[in-house]
Design a protein around this ligand. Structure first.
Ligand code: INI
Length: 173
């Protein structure tokens, strides 16, 4: 048996994206936004297909993402923020709610929301994940958004479907 593998293409053309970003630790989140825009542009997103929405902190990301998902105007949403343990006694609450909330929005609305929130113990660690020196979680999250939007569209339209190969297995409901 050789099951068909479905993968989302890495092409952003023809899709619409929302970036929702937290203002907390702005010197770092702005780098995540830059990385996300660079990734979308590099993958062929059209000029007016990307919109950016700013929220006060990472805790507010899921609520804004839900509103955006409900508009039906976006194929994928990229949620960006930076939560640093050293800066807040409620690190676990903010980071946990952001992660849980973002996952819930995807499940409730069917619009994929990427978790591009850097959670770090120190500013130094956060800097390393925001593309100031090397990797950029915003860039990665935007790439994941493109891949997932493509996959979801192909699942919905069935465009990738081919004639079944080998023995057909009846599916009884
Ligand atoms: N929000 C962040 O995005 N990062 C943080 O590091 C942070 N700290 O340290 O507290 C933070 N707090 C604000 C929070 O996200 C909400 O905006 C606030 O609690 C109002 O709801």
């Amino acid at each position: 048996m050789k099951p068909k593998i479905h993968r989302g293409k890495l092409t952003a053309s023809g899709f619409r994206f929302a970036i929702v970003a937290s203002r907390w630790n702005d010197f770092l989140t702005s780098k995540l936004v830059d990385g996300a825009v660079e990734a979308l542009e590099g993958l062929g997103a059209e000029e007016d297909s990307v919109e950016i929405f700013m929220v006060p902190g990472s805790f507010e990301l899921p609520g804004a993402a839900k509103k955006l998902a409900e508009t039906g105007s976006f194929d994928a949403i990229v949620a960006l923020g930076v939560v640093i343990r050293g800066e807040t006694p409620h690190f676990d609450l903010v980071a946990g709610e952001a992660a849980k909330g973002v996952a819930n929005v995807t499940i409730q609305t069917g619009v994929p929301v990427m978790f591009g929130v850097v959670t770090a113990d120190t500013v130094e660690q956060a800097i390393n994940r925001c593309g100031v020196k090397a990797g950029n979680k915003g860039y990665e999250a935007a790439q994941a958004a493109v891949e997932t939007a493509n996959l979801y569209r192909s699942i919905s339209t069935g465009r990738e479907k081919e004639k079944p190969q080998g023995k057909a297995v009846p599916h009884v409901v």
